[in-house]
Design a protein around this ligand. Structure first.
Ligand code: PEP
Ligand code: MN
Length: 374
């Protein structure tokens, strides 16, 4: 739900604030078009919606708009009483590094999330983080770089290595300390959200937990930015509703991540998961949330990760999340997702390709796609 209110109508704003506080909603006020501010009502919409008549009667209120879809908080399209449709601004999700720079997902430039599948040794974690920082500096994109690494690993087989847990988180902390880059790490259990969340700059909900509703609500309450992967068996609408679970708790800082789905054809060794690239465009049409792409879990093979990443760039993804390795020798001892890790040297060329695309092809594509910000 959103309300358009004439700027400077402090009395009306105070009454709307009071109502929201009483109903457990949070307001997000941003400067709208002309003389109007836009007030987003964040959280469970049901109680607030009943007060439409009161809100519209307040001086300065121009319009009271409701989401056109069931995922009220994250919907892109809203409509008013006149039935007219309006598109909300896309949301920018911000993550600040220790270096003081703010990474902006959905801010118009590709954000590069990159790191090991999992921190396995301190040496490996730091070597990758340093290499990533060097690449970021070389291309002048430090404010677009974020580290990744899963310390708590969801594994298919119970006997497989499942990550270092909080020891792995400490390695990511060390990498951040040394490079200034913020990091995202996976949380699998709602009871661990406060403990992991106290360290991480951003929390990841993995594909296997995409509909773990207790977990979604826990990261929603916690309030730090979230990367929400699409479940590999989920329809896009189920994924948007998963984001709505987070937003319903007052946290709108959700970055959607397409990571491929399982199909009849994702067997046979040539493709780990089927990339659903069209989902990127659809998510942008249907939700206000930034959307990134995971070329690593789609490919399952480091030799075809760059192509997959570039395909998502053509679909105007707001960023990517990629698994890398610092030296070829480590591949033999890497305990999870070794085959899909791109050497950091090769990753540097991928960054170069994305930047070249942004400079030359992206403006033409925007014209073709017909929408300035997609
Ligand atoms: C990962 O990011 O390492 C991971 C486990 O991803 P997904 O949940 O998409 O399989
Ligand atoms: Mn992985």
């Amino acid at each position: 739900m959103l309300i358009e209110l004439e700027r400077g109508r402090e009395d009306s704003l105070a009454l709307i604030r009071g109502l929201a506080a009483r109903l457990g909603n949070r307001l997000d006020v941003s400067q709208g078009a002309g003389i109007y501010d836009t007030i987003y009502v964040v959280g469970d919409p049901r109680g607030f919606a009943e007060h439409e008549a009161f809100v519209t009667s307040l001086p300065g209120v121009r319009r009271f708009l409701r989401a056109a879809s069931g995922y009220s908080n994250v919907a892109r399209v809203v409509h008013g009483q006149d039935g007219e449709s309006h598109r909300r601004e896309r949301r920018v999700v911000e993550v600040r590094g220790l270096d003081g720079l703010v990474r902006r997902f959905g801010g118009g430039a590709h954000v590069f999330v990159v790191g090991p599948d999992s921190p396995q040794t301190l040496e490996q974690t730091l070597a990758i983080a340093r290499a990533v920082r060097t690449i970021a500096e070389r291309f002048g994109i430090v404010e677009r770089m974020v580290l990744r690494g899963g310390a708590f690993k969801p594994r298919t087989r119970p006997t497989d290595w499942r990550g270092l847990g909080m020891k792995g988180v400490a390695m990511l902390d060390a990498a951040r300390e040394e490079t200034g880059l913020p990091y995202v790490t996976e949380v699998m259990d709602h009871s661990l959200v406060p403990e992991i969340g106290a360290h991480a700059d951003m929390l990841q909900i993995g594909a296997r937990n995409a509909q773990n509703f207790d977990l979604l609500e826990a990261v929603g309450r916690f309030g730090k930015p979230v990367v929400l992967k699409r479940g590999f068996g989920n329809e896009v609408e189920e994924w948007f509703y998963a984001a709505e679970y987070v937003a319903n708790q007052g946290n709108l800082d959700v970055v959607l991540c397409e990571r491929g789905v399982k199909t009849l054809f994702s067997k046979g060794g040539y493709c780990r998961n089927q990339p659903d690239l069209n989902a990127i465009t659809y998510a942008r049409k249907q939700t206000i949330l930034p959307i990134i792409f995971d070329p690593s879990h789609v490919a399952g093979d480091h030799r075809i990760v760059p192509e997959n990443l570039m395909a998502s760039v053509a679909h105007a993804a707001d960023g990517s999340i990629t698994e890398v390795i610092h030296e070829e020798a480590f591949r033999r001892v890497q305990l999870c997702d070794a085959a899909q890790a791109v050497l950091t040297e090769r990753y540097a060329a991928v960054v170069e390709a994305v930047l070249a695309y942004e400079a030359t092809v992206a403006p033409i594509m925007r014209r073709l796609q017909g929408e300035p910000e997609g």
